[in-house]
Design a protein around this ligand. Structure first.
Ligand SMILES: [Ca+2]
Ligand SMILES: [Ca+2]
Length: 300
């Protein structure tokens, strides 16, 4: 009986080879095939006589996974850093398309700074423009017409302005060559004797002879005034002039004074260097009832 074992194994191998599909590749080496003998339905177990039926060969792959392999998720890809947006380009000043501000005086910083201030009055002490905290329109200070000078510096808030004052506040020269518009604009608070005591907005092309418009009386609070440098009373159109001066002048006669006199704040001198510039709400026809009158004045 023992001699039959080699033949049986050989027959099994032959069956295995015959059963292998043509062209099929053998399993990978890590899943080896095993040959297992399984008792068939016709195997006799009668004692003393063993009859070997042909082995039923089953391919078995005990190493084969019985369940769907768990897919190991790959590491979550780290999101790339969000691109930092480039800085918004700083807009370059568009001087041709808008106003060019030559002076912006709110009396909050150093004063007189770019202004020339003095009292040209021949008598009655020295009083001229100075930044004071008595009655600001914006911020903490405004320009009081008589708050500076040897005597004006000692003038208490609310005091009457003195007689015989000729207080100048001048800026220039500046060029209006090529300009298509130019104006002096400011906030005004005024309380003076009507007529002789007045606050004037002036311009000049030689720095000595000024002309413009004066305000006198009571503005009943803060209001606006504009001196259009394209149409200055007594001088006409200054656009195109190579040298221009502007001035605020406060003058009083020898009698009758009133409390405070006048203040200005947010004084702006602006030029349109070319093309057209947007216009602010015009203050050419102010709602206050103060008196407007043209004047020509030679600077002492
Ligand atoms: Ca101010
Ligand atoms: Ca007077």
């Amino acid at each position: 009986m023992k001699k039959l074992w080699p033949m049986t194994v050989a027959a099994a191998l032959l069956l295995l080879i015959a059963a292998w599909p043509a062209g099929a590749q053998p399993p990978a080496v890590d899943t080896p095939l095993t040959v297992r003998a399984v008792a068939g339905p016709h195997q006799s177990t009668s004692p003393g006589r063993q009859i070997f039926q042909p082995l039923i060969i089953r391919l078995a792959n005990p190493g084969a996974p019985t369940s769907t392999p768990t897919v190991t998720s790959t590491a979550t890809r780290t999101a790339t850093a969000t691109a930092t947006p480039s800085a918004t380009p700083t807009a370059t000043p568009t001087t041709p398309a808008g106003w060019e501000i030559l002076v912006n005086e709110g009396f909050e910083g150093d004063f007189p700074g770019w202004w020339q201030v003095y009292d040209a009055g021949a008598s009655g002490g020295e009083y001229y423009w100075e930044k004071r905290a008595c009655r600001p329109f914006a911020g903490g200070y405004s320009g009081w017409v008589v708050g500076g000078g040897l005597d004006g510096a000692n003038l208490a808030c609310g005091s009457n302005y003195p007689s015989n004052v000729e207080a100048w506040m001048i800026f220039g020269p500046f060029s209006l060559e090529g300009a298509t518009a130019a104006e002096l604009r400011y906030k005004l608070w005024l309380n003076t004797e009507e007529g002789p005591d007045r606050l004037c907005r002036l311009a000049s092309t030689d720095g000595l002879n000024f002309a413009g418009t004066c305000t006198s009386g009571n503005t009943a609070g803060w209001t606006d005034r504009v001196l259009n440098l394209a149409n200055v009373p007594g001088l006409g159109n200054l656009l195109g002039q190579a040298e221009v001066w502007i001035a605020l002048e406060f003058t009083t006669d020898s009698v009758n004074t009133k409390p405070e006199g006048g203040y200005v704040d947010d004084v702006v001198l602006r030029v349109c260097p070319g093309g057209t510039c947007p216009t602010l709400a015009a203050a050419q026809a102010p709602s206050d009832t103060a008196i407007e009158a043209p004047i020509m004045a030679r600077r002492p």
